[in-house]
Ligand binder design. Structure first.
Ligand SMILES: Cc1cc2nc3c(=O)[nH]c(=O)nc-3n(C[C@H](O)[C@H](O)[C@H](O)COP(=O)(O)OP(=O)(O)OC[C@H]3O[C@@H](n4cnc5c(N)ncnc54)[C@H](O)[C@@H]3O)c2cc1C
Length: 415
């Protein structure tokens, strides 16, 4: 018998995927270690926007051990869209005034820390400043995990969840890493006094700009006493952009331009820009090893929506699913369960994303600006609608409008 500590499950990474997995496992009686590379709370490069259904998924109302008020800094119900900072349209997320769809805005440092503490309270050992550095699968389905800058922490476990994000090591160390599209996004947090600046700069409005970043978009998300301003590439082009010289400078410039347009006061020298890769969905992958003792969740599994670029909700869902599979003995079904949840939806989202970013001017004019589009986008983000329901329809409508335009342009006398 080894002297090393034994865990039923070790979870690598205390982001939304890892914390949810650890919480779910611990409250179901499993002995769990949640290993995090950094000391918590830590900054996480992110816009921090997520659908309010996260509250249902995490059972905030039923369990009452954590209140969303502790970290939800704004509950947004409107989207303000622009193209090249022009043609603005402010649209509600709900068709009816009393509709319940909204997007929560959090600071990831606080949100992730609250989830990590929740997992700890449920019984997980939360081990911080301890990056997983090596993983060895031993005979008898046993896994040896070593962590720490000097490899100072080691333990054995029956299962390992790789929830260690876009640059995680678990996938690489266990043969589960596959080359995939990795885009890039950047954000900065800027102090703001509500009431100042552009009249539509409000705590219930998210701002989205589609023209300035080719193959992506920029955003301004409201928070408590600041705004999160960002820009990113969210399609295949992003992967190329990530490696191109000048991309960082370009994204920084877009962020400053957005601040200027919305008349948000800032000092350029005070801005801290954070950039991070986004492993956007590029088709279903194998998310478990052959004996299903290693499972990947969240960004480590490439579960970022290829249209919106959001990943928090999918990290939470996949972390929870991984934990449930390990608890109820269905780990061999994990990849299939995730495929059932995401494959069709994200494949359709990818198709729409390719079309949208190829024809952004037309998609803005004949898609985004339609009054119903904001409600549809919010429902897609919440999982109340799927891309399969809309992708063909949107592409057909925009194509028809484009053809109509071209035919008009060919008519004699058309200017
Ligand atoms: C600029 C930007 C803006 C974004 N905005 C949004 C948004 O508004 N809404 C949205 O839904 N999504 C957004 N995303 C995507 C979102 O941030 C991710 O999809 C989400 O964080 C994934 O969660 P996760 O738990 O899988 O991974 P992460 O949140 O990345 O967490 C992984 C954790 O693992 C830790 N870790 C890494 N390596 C190791 C290791 N070796 N050992 C132990 N721990 C390790 C990390 O420190 C981290 O805490 C954005 C991304 C970017 C880059």
């Amino acid at each position: 018998m080894s002297d090393l500590p034994w865990y039923d499950v070790i979870v690598a990474g205390a982001g939304p995927a890892g914390c949810t997995a650890a919480w779910e496992l611990a409250r179901n009686g499993k002995k769990v270690a949640l290993l995090e590379k950094h000391a918590l709370p830590r900054h996480k490069t992110c816009g921090g926007g997520m659908p309010m259904v996260v509250g249902d998924l995490l059972q905030f109302k039923e369990i009452k051990d954590i209140a969303p008020e502790a970290f939800v800094e704004a509950d947004t119900r409107y989207m303000r869209h622009t193209f090249d900072f022009e043609q603005p349209c402010l649209m509600p997320m709900n068709a009816e005034e009393n509709g319940n769809v909204s997007l929560w805005m959090v600071q990831r440092s606080l949100f992730d820390y609250a989830l990590a503490q929740r997992a700890q309270k449920a019984g997980a050992d939360l081990i911080q400043s301890m990056p997983v550095c090596s993983v060895d699968t031993l005979p008898n389905k046993k896994i040896s995990v070593t962590a720490g800058r000097e490899g100072e922490w080691s333990a054995h476990c029956a299962a390992l969840i790789g929830a260690d994000g876009a640059n995680g090591v678990v996938a690489r160390k266990t043969g589960l890493y596959e080359e995939r599209t990795c885009a890039i996004a950047m954000e900065a947090e800027v102090e703001h006094t509500w009431g100042e600046g552009h009249p539509e700069l409000r705590r219930d409005v998210v701002h989205l700009e589609y023209g300035v970043v080719k193959g992506g978009y920029a955003w301004v998300f409201p928070k408590d006493n600041h705004v999160n301003v960002g820009a990113g590439f969210f399609n295949q082009r992003g992967a190329a952009a990530r490696k191109k010289a000048g991309t960082r400078e370009f994204l920084q410039q877009v962020i400053c331009q957005y601040l200027d347009v919305l008349q948000i006061k800032y000092k350029k020298e005070d801005l801290i820009f954070h950039a991070h890769p986004l492993p956007i969905w590029s088709g279903m992958r194998r998310l478990q090893n052959s004996d299903a003792t290693v499972l990947l969740a969240g960004d480590a599994a490439g579960l970022v929506n290829p249209f919106f670029g959001d990943g928090i909700f999918h990290a939470l869902r996949s972390g929870q699913t991984a934990a449930k599979c390990l608890t109820d003995g269905t780990a061999q079904q994990y990849t299939r369960q995730i495929a059932d949840m995401y494959r069709d939806n994200f494949d359709s989202a990818l198709r729409l994303s390719k079309f949208f970013y190829q024809w952004p001017v037309f998609c803005y004019r004949f898609g985004v600006q339609r009054p119903s589009s904001t409600c549809t986008a919010a429902r897609l983000l919440c999982g109340e609608a799927v891309f399969g329901d809309i992708t063909d329809r949107v592409i057909k409508r925009v194509r028809a409008a484009m053809t109509h335009r071209q035919n008009d342009a060919r008519k004699p006398g058309h200017k």
